[in-house]
Ligand binder design. Structure first.
Ligand SMILES: C[S@@+](CC[C@H](N)C(=O)[O-])C[C@H]1O[C@@H](n2cnc3c(N)ncnc32)[C@H](O)[C@@H]1O
Length: 257
């Protein structure tokens, strides 16, 4: 019962947050970053999948970008947020309001699942990955794409930011932890690709209209300090009135065994 209530509370915070951000969500440069989208495209051959779930697909921006390369595929967006799903629906992507840890889909029916920038919001990532495995056919592909910490000290630093802003973020798993999570749920790792996306603190914070002045100040001070002290390879530097930082995006192609 306690677990159930904690989960409901966490999901309420996530839906409220993404409902509020839906209209501006695609202003985030990473959402349409061509390198990131290119990595997803390179992972699914055009003649390949028929049914593709965009798990936690949000506004459907990734599915929409991939559609021209996968003319035979049917994309199904599954998300908790009504406002995010509505935008996906307006793009003619079938949208289901559901928790990806409990997919309303029969077992073994799906050819591929996209899971981009969702895992850090999940109270139990293991449940969701297990559920992805259940609905995929044997040999089906899970494409887990995620900004990941560069190393463990960097993971601690990312946690220090989410404690102040987006406290409903559960955790930022490292590349090693993500691979372990997949392998322990009967996936084999086929390929790992990565790229670096440069982010601006001003734009990053500016997209969240609900952020308080105090929180915004605290984040600026974490980054200002990091610009002088944070070790490479993240690379954080002041540029005029802004601070730019490297974000490491990883795409893991995992095959359901
Ligand atoms: C950062 S957005 C990413 C959206 C999309 N995957 C993309 O890359 O453009 C995270 C999305 O995950 C959704 N989400 C978080 N937890 C979820 C869950 N348990 N089940 C379904 N959706 C979830 C949120 O509502 C939000 O739309």
């Amino acid at each position: 019962m306690a677990n159930y209530l904690a989960k409901r509370k966490a999901y309420a915070s996530i839906t409220e947050y993404f409902d509020g951000r839906a209209a501006k969500f695609e202003e985030g440069a990473w959402t349409k970053n061509p390198q990131i989208i290119g990595m997803f495209e390179a992972s699914l051959p055009p003649s390949g999948p028929c049914y593709v779930i965009d798990a936690g697909g949000g506004t459907g921006i990734l599915a929409k970008a991939m559609q021209p390369n996968l003319p035979c595929a049917t994309f199904i967006n599954v998300d908790l947020s009504y406002q995010m799903s509505l935008i996906a629906k307006q793009k003619n992507i079938s949208s289901v309001l559901a928790d990806i840890s409990n997919l309303p889909i029969a077992s073994g029916r799906i050819d591929a699942i996209l899971l981009r920038q969702v895992i850090h919001y999940l109270p139990a990532p293991n449940l969701a990955v297990n559920e992805c495995h259940r609905v995929l056919r044997t040999g089906g592909k899970l494409l887990l794409g995620q900004f990941v910490p560069f190393d463990e000290p960097d993971q601690e630093w990312m946690r220090s930011i989410s404690r102040i802003w987006q406290s409903f973020v559960v955790d930022f798993l490292t590349a090693t932890e993500l691979k372990r999570l997949l392998i322990s749920n009967n996936f084999s790792i086929e390929r790992v690709q990565e790229c670096i996306a440069v982010e601006s603190v001003a734009k990053w914070i500016g997209r969240d209209k609900s952020i308080s002045e105090d929180t915004s100040k605290q984040i600026w001070s974490i980054f200002t300090l990091a610009a002088t002290r944070h070790p490479d390879p993240r690379t954080i530097h002041v540029e005029g009135n802004d601070i730019l930082f490297n974000n490491r995006f990883l795409l893991i192609e995992a095959i359901a065994r």
